[in-house]
Design a protein around this ligand. Structure first.
Ligand SMILES: [Zn+2]
Ligand SMILES: [Zn+2]
Length: 358
């Protein structure tokens, strides 16, 4: 893929940006910030300065019940070229996450707003409604699709796009849009009052900073993000559609939705398990990652959004089944069964000195 960085750069793309994903920049939250938060908590036994990543990971793994971790694979050393081989990540256990005061839904701001940016063909428009339904099931918050917004710069400003060579691909994909300016000039001024987060979705290709392209990027602070679905579909690559392309495109779109929205709710890249919150350096790496959140990321999200996990897993199973994502439906059904057993076990052991009803 024509996706290499033009110039190496170790900083986050801009102060505004909390992350840029896919082929991306760095998280603005550095390890030092995370460790400082842990030190303030007084809850971690590990010395925040000297504890190694492996020590902390081991403690997190040891804290989890086998019923919770069944079906998940611990993340091993990265292969050359994979995300973690290039970008060492900070570690964010649940207690650290809580201390970082991530964005949370409030009674006044609890809707996930999807905002189509630019044109969607009749062929691709159905993915928007599927993503809306998926957002409701995954985050257990109301989600709606707002009217389409043109990808145009405010009056008097330069164009939002640049023209870039795309090799042998379809000639119409020579425009590439500036993701950072979409955040600040298109989405931020249109953030709805009732939005927990607002997600701009486009079929145009994006870039940010010195990165040749990005799948998505966003701002923690302003609660807006933008995701491109362009590279998930065959027309971008100038090839004819094949059976299964639409389902693969939907699966990728749902992954980018839960991953990027997870960032908007303050989750950093997962270093514990193979998980949808893993960083990804390429489309093949994205495809190889599961769509599910691991036990650590799931508990962060559950703490933040206060959902009922059993209802959530049921809703996700129904979504995957309806969409024909049978492997994902089967997996989440098994997860739901295990979670029921785990919840019963945790209820039995919560406090043996307290009689029911007390
Ligand atoms: Zn990411
Ligand atoms: Zn995870």
């Amino acid at each position: 893929m024509n996706s290499s960085r033009r110039t190496p750069k170790g900083d986050s793309p801009a102060p505004l940006l909390a992350w840029a994903c896919g082929f991306l920049g760095m998280l603005a939250l550095g390890g030092a910030v995370l460790w400082t938060a842990t030190a303030r908590s007084g809850e971690g036994e590990a010395d925040p300065v000297t504890a190694t990543l492996d020590d902390v990971k081991s403690k997190v793994y040891a804290s989890l019940d086998p019923l919770d971790t069944a079906g998940f694979e611990k993340l091993g050393p990265p292969k050359p070229g994979e995300w973690l081989s290039i970008y060492p990540e900070p570690i964010q256990p649940l207690e650290t996450y809580k201390l970082q005061k991530p964005t949370r839904a409030t009674p006044q701001r609890r809707t996930i707003v999807l905002k189509p940016l630019g044109t969607f063909s009749a062929e691709r428009r159905p993915v928007l409604e599927a993503m809306r339904a998926y957002a409701e099931a995954f985050f257990q918050l109301p989600a709606r699709i707002d009217p389409e917004v043109a990808l145009a710069a405010p009056e008097g400003k330069p164009d939002l796009f640049r023209i870039v060579p795309m090799g042998n691909r379809h000639g119409s994909y020579d425009k590439q849009y500036d993701g950072e300016r979409i955040l600040t000039e298109v989405l931020k001024p249109r953030l709805p009052d009732d939005a927990a987060v607002c997600l701009g979705i486009t079929m145009e290709d994006l870039w940010a900073d010195d990165l040749t392209y990005v799948f998505g990027l966003g701002s923690f602070k302003h609660r807006v993000g933008v995701y491109s679905l362009a590279r998930y579909y065959p027309e971008f690559w100038g090839r004819r559609p094949l059976p299964g392309d639409d389902l693969k495109g939907l699966l990728r779109s749902c992954k980018v939705l839960n991953h990027e929205t997870g960032h908007m709710f303050g989750l950093t890249h997962c270093v514990f398990y193979r998980c949808s919150m893993n960083g990804s350096n390429s489309l093949p790496e994205t495809d190889a990652a599961p769509i599910h959140f691991c036990p650590v990321c799931h508990r962060k999200l559950g703490w933040n959004l206060r959902f009922d996990p059993i209802k959530r897993y049921g809703d996700l199973e129904a979504f995957y089944t309806k969409q024909g994502l049978s492997a994902e439906a089967e997996w989440i059904g098994q997860r739901r069964t295990r979670w029921k057993d785990l919840a019963a076990q945790e209820a039995r052991t919560a406090d043996p000195n307290v009689e029911p009803g007390e």
